[in-house]
Write a protein that binds this ligand. Structure first.
Ligand SMILES: Nc1ncnc2c1ncn2[C@@H]1O[C@H](COP(=O)(O)OP(=O)(O)OP(=O)(O)O)[C@@H](O)[C@H]1O
Length: 318
């Protein structure tokens, strides 16, 4: 049993924009040392949730606690936020940026120096400290942004899409940094569209849809519970389907997975049914380049849940 307060605890959170309730009784807990992956389609409310946790939006109901304390000037200081857009001074060096952020977070000069030392090590940016931000690549900027956000050693680190616009090597470097910060005891809330990243880094993930986070759990366990041994069939087409063909594919349970040439569906089909499927596609005027099967991943679950949400009726507050 964990008797320490969670890094973040959200209970029954409701947020409304005008008549539209975007968060409808949302519950979430991120423990210290945990990386929680916040997933959800565009417009589901991830930014709204992050803004509420950071005290920028006032809920109409529910509570947010940061290390056991309700949102206040004091408790907000225990959060480090790395926003989606790089928030650094482009004409200053990484070191100068950290100095500015150190001053802004109210640290004395000696405290700021030791914080800079620690944060540069933790974000692995020592070798670039004296370079100007505007000449750094996306990955390095992101790491400097993380260093700036952790200067005050927060208990909760919120990362909003940290690997957007970052190449593969830099993405791996960022993953190492995030993992080390969680191992050092920070709770990490990672909002991401990168499902491979979530599967790799997060012990738990949650899908924000319909104003709540459901389901939540270990990625592998959620995949196994949902698909129960079924496999994903992926069909690569030779040419884009017409709108009518795309509608027919959608009706048969297929979703486009990577542009409109690749379609996938979860099913019971065995390898030997690939030929029969290819024939059925040919009859519908769709020539197939490849049909393959694989174990479903978090991306398959995401597509499955997004389809479910899309077919659910939209609710509006009275
Ligand atoms: N200030 C606002 N006034 C009215 N509606 C808003 C406001 N901010 C966001 N919304 C709406 O609330 C919903 C949730 O928006 P939000 O930006 O939180 O989603 P998101 O999950 O962060 O999306 P994305 O992944 O695209 O960043 C959207 O339908 C959006 O249009």
């Amino acid at each position: 049993m964990n008797l320490l307060p969670a890094a973040l605890s959200v209970a029954g959170l409701k947020i409304r924009y005008g008549k539209r309730e975007v968060l409808r009784g949302l519950d979430l807990e991120v423990t210290k040392g945990e990386i929680f992956g916040l997933l959800g389609p565009n417009g589901a409310g991830k930014t709204t949730l992050i803004r509420t946790i950071c005290g920028r939006l006032k809920p109409i109901a529910g509570q947010v606690s940061i290390v056991g304390q309700p949102v206040s000037r004091q408790s907000l200081r225990r959060i480090g936020l790395v926003p989606q857009d790089i928030a650094l001074y482009p004409h200053l060096t990484a070191r100068e940026n950290l100095e500015v952020f150190g001053q802004l977070s109210g640290l004395t000069r000696p405290q700021a120096l030791s914080a800079m030392e620690w944060a540069s090590e933790a974000a692995n940016i020592r070798e670039r400290l004296d370079e100007r931000i505007d000449i750094l690549s996306g990955g390095w900027k992101r790491r400097v942004n993380i260093a700036a956000a952790i200067l005050h050693r927060p208990d909760l680190l919120i990362l909003d899409e940290p690997t957007v616009g970052v190449d593969v090597d830099a993405r791996n470097g960022l993953h190492d940094v995030i993992q080390q910060l969680s191992q050092a005891g920070m709770g990490v809330l990672l909002a991401t569209h990168d499902l491979d990243q979530a599967e790799l880094l997060c012990a738990r993930v949650g899908f924000l849809r319909g104003g709540v986070i459901a389901p939540q759990g270990n990625p592998r366990a959620l995949i196994d519970e949902t698909f129960r041994g079924q496999r994903e069939i992926i069909i690569e087409l030779r040419q884009n389907p017409t709108p009518a063909q795309a509608r027919a594919l959608d009706k048969s349970g297929f979703s486009p997975s990577n542009g409109s040439l690749s379609w996938s569906r979860i099913g019971q089909e065995a390898d030997r049914s690939a030929a029969a499927l290819a024939e059925a596609f040919e009859r519908a005027g769709l020539s197939t380049r490849e049909i393959r099967f694989r174990e479903p991943g978090l991306d398959s679950l995401f597509i499955h849940l997004s389809r479910e949400s899309a077919s659910a009726p939209e609710e509006t507050a009275a």
